[in-house]
Write a protein that binds this ligand. Structure first.
Ligand SMILES: *[C@@H]1O[C@H](CO)[C@@H](O)[C@H](O)[C@H]1NC(C)=O
Ligand SMILES: *[C@@H]1O[C@H](CO)[C@@H](O)[C@H](O)[C@H]1NC(C)=O
Length: 164
């Protein structure tokens, strides 16, 4: 019994997060933004698969927002700020540094690859917390994309459990 109520609670939480309209971006719905990101990630994965490994260059990868091409060792790689992120400044570029050893520059204390998205969010810079907020919101949107399906799965499990 205890297990089932735990499951229901999880279901309710998932549905609440999934359907909470407060995480809407302005001018575009959360679902549209998730859909764009998922589609973009799929095409990036495809692009990476079709590309053969190259020695002496940083490998292409999806960082959650942008599809990075392979980078030349020792050079700064620039990509236009993703057009499918509604909140971004679409005139700027995002940067990553490919080190001499053909590895993307890594920030040890953050445990993640160094990326400069400053230009993509310049027009939001009046308020630093705003910027943090944007990244958190994008992160939430991205993860919610998956929790929505988890939500349906949980409901399905509960229904199966009920009628057994
Ligand atoms: C850094 O992240 C990787 C994968 O995201 C993880 O496996 C590793 O434990 C992390 N290292 C530290 C020091 O947090
Ligand atoms: C990030 O890019 C901006 C704009 O191109 C630049 O002014 C800034 O110095 C860069 N930040 C770092 C840490 O390199």
């Amino acid at each position: 019994m205890r297990g089932r109520s735990g499951l229901s609670a999880l279901g309710v939480i998932c549905c609440y997060i999934g359907l909470n309209p407060q995480i809407n971006a302005d001018g575009i719905t959360k679902e549209e933004q998730i859909y764009l990101l998922i589609a973009e990630k799929a095409s990036c994965d495809q692009h990476i698969l079709n590309k053969s490994e190259e020695d002496g260059s940083c490998s292409p990868e999806w960082d959650g927002l942008t599809c990075w091409p392979s980078g030349l060792a020792g050079e700064l790689t620039a990509v236009p700020c993703p057009s499918y992120i509604y909140d971004f400044n679409h005139n700027g570029f995002a940067y990553r540094q490919c080190e001499d050893d053909a590895k993307w520059k890594f920030v040890e204390n953050l445990n993640r690859t160094w990326t400069n998205y400053t230009e993509c969010i310049t027009f939001l810079q009046t308020d630093n917390s705003n910027r943090q907020d944007l990244f958190e919101r994008l992160y939430v949107m991205y993860t919610v994309g998956y929790s929505v399906s988890l939500c349906s799965l949980t409901i399905a499990i509960m229904i199966i459990g009920y009628f057994k």
